[in-house]
Write a protein that binds this ligand. Structure first.
Ligand SMILES: Cc1cc2nc3c(=O)[nH]c(=O)nc-3n(C[C@H](O)[C@H](O)[C@H](O)COP(=O)(O)OP(=O)(O)OC[C@H]3O[C@@H](n4cnc5c(N)ncnc54)[C@H](O)[C@@H]3O)c2cc1C
Length: 411
């Protein structure tokens, strides 16, 4: 059976390894880290078929410019003289239009719904990762945001997703975990959530069972290439032969692709999260606090709060205290009884979302390198879309028709 090498053991790489191994491939995963942390671990754990509108959308440029000058804002582009950033910015601008949004919505919905089905299958096997289907509350405090969120929800409804429009009193009736101070909410009933660290543990155990070699602490550095076919992967621990290669290295994908002369426009969107352990009082339903763009997820006995999107570079490991304070302020304004304090730096997690300028993931065979398949650029939806991505990559490598149409995921 063919040997498939996967570069990157985040959620995309590991889910891909799972479906390839199930199909009978000999699978090896390389990761430069010890596979205990990273973007796939500290995220908000939301599975969001409701998120059918990509980041690149009309109004985002104007809103983004306003946020650039607010030190506590949830979105920020770190200004620097970089050709990658300039090219990314131009592409983002080109995609921020209604036509692109309309083309993207159905593709994202289909990919998300497939993923949710696959998560359900995993949970039926062993729900050690606290998968729950409670939907997602889009909580808001102002009429302006109410209008925007309801407008977006109409698109979702039009695509067959179940949506409830809730008044302040209806929110209070549904959210029984803690008090909310909002004027209303949209409840996306299609959405689900899980505990990311526990899911990563679950999938690693599945891979062990399937005899997948998951190799931590190995840095992929280069390739041996003959006639546009990769024959070897060169790492800091030696050279490995291969038949097929899946590039699933998240925000680091462009620097690896460069070794093959493949251009990928992906920049890291840094986000923060912190987790309060063993909380008696906590929201019962995951929520986005819309004005602050903060994600709130109950995870078993814990609560996780996440937010901010700073378009930056992968060496930027600083925690921005003002933006973290912005997250904390939103939580206390929306949930007055929680009384959350800003966490100290060591309790604050950050991760790099791999963001394409179109807001769409890349799930495709490379056009030039014949045995290279790309599984990257999932931005704020990598957890949500991981099982479906893994399944589709397996179908691409097997030469089978894909479960969903992948025209919008070609990069
Ligand atoms: C605050 C926050 C909240 C989020 N909330 C959600 C959410 O609720 N729902 C959702 O769907 N998504 C969410 N996301 C996004 C999600 O976490 C990411 O989309 C997802 O984790 C990306 O997974 P990945 O496997 O592509 O990348 P990663 O998890 O970054 O994995 C890439 C791996 O490649 C490895 N690697 C890199 N270079 C090399 C090399 N040269 N050699 C070997 N290995 C290499 C890295 O070590 C890393 O382990 C959130 C993100 C953040 C930051």
């Amino acid at each position: 059976m063919k040997k498939v090498s996967i570069i990157g053991g985040g959620i995309i790489g590991l889910c891909t390894a799972y479906y390839l191994a199930k199909e009978g491939y000999q699978v090896v995963v390389f990761d430069k880290s010890d596979l205990s942390d990273g973007c796939s671990y500290g995220n908000a754990g939301m599975i969001v078929p409701s998120h059918i509108i990509p980041l690149a959308q009309p109004g985002m440029i104007a809103q983004g410019m306003k946020w650039m000058f607010d030190s506590q804002s949830p979105f920020y582009v770190k200004p620097r003289l970089s050709s990658d950033l300039i090219k990314w910015g131009i592409q983002f601008y080109k995609h921020a239009n209604l036509k692109h949004v309309e083309n993207s919505m159905l593709a994202l919905r289909n990919l998300s719904l497939l993923s949710k089905e696959l998560y359900r299958d995993f949970a039926l096997e062993n729900n050690s990762f606290f998968y729950k289907e409670k939907g997602l509350l889009m909580l808001y405090k102002t009429d302006k945001v109410a209008e925007e969120i309801s407008h977006e929800a109409k698109y979702a409804e039009h695509l067959g997703l179940e949506v409830d429009y809730l008044s302040r009193a209806e929110v209070a009736k549904l959210e029984t975990g803690t008090k909310t101070d909002v004027i209303g909410a949209v409840h996306y009933k299609s959405d689900a959530h899980l505990y990311p660290q526990k899911f990563m543990q679950f999938i690693k155990e599945e891979l062990t069972r399937l005899n997948v070699q998951v190799l931590p602490n190995i840095l992929v550095q280069d390739f041996t290439l003959n006639n546009n076919i990769i024959s070897e992967i060169i790492t800091d621990k030696g050279t490995f032969s291969t038949d097929e290669v899946v590039l699933a290295a998240g925000s680091w994908s462009p620097e690896i692709a460069k070794k093959l002369n493949v251009k990928l426009s992906i920049l890291p969107g840094k986000g923060y999260s912190f987790t309060l352990k063993d909380q008696e009082k906590k929201p019962a339903i995951p929520a986005i606090l819309c004005e602050g763009k903060v994600a709130v997820t109950p995870m078993n006995t814990d609560i996780r709060f996440g937010g901010t999107m700073e378009i930056t570079h992968t060496n930027d490991t600083q925690i921005n205290a003002k933006r973290l304070q912005g997250i904390v302020n939103s939580i206390n304004e929306f949930y007055p009884d929680l009384k959350v304090n800003r966490p100290v730096e060591k309790d604050t997690w950050y991760g790099f979302r791999p963001c394409t300028p179109s807001g769409m993931p890349i799930i495709a065979r490379d056009k030039k390198i014949k045995n290279l398949v790309l599984a990257t650029g999932h931005a704020m939806m990598g957890l949500s879309l991981a099982p479906a991505t893994g399944k589709i990559i397996t179908e691409i490598i097997s030469g089978k028709p894909t479960s969903v149409n992948t025209n919008m995921f070609q990069g």
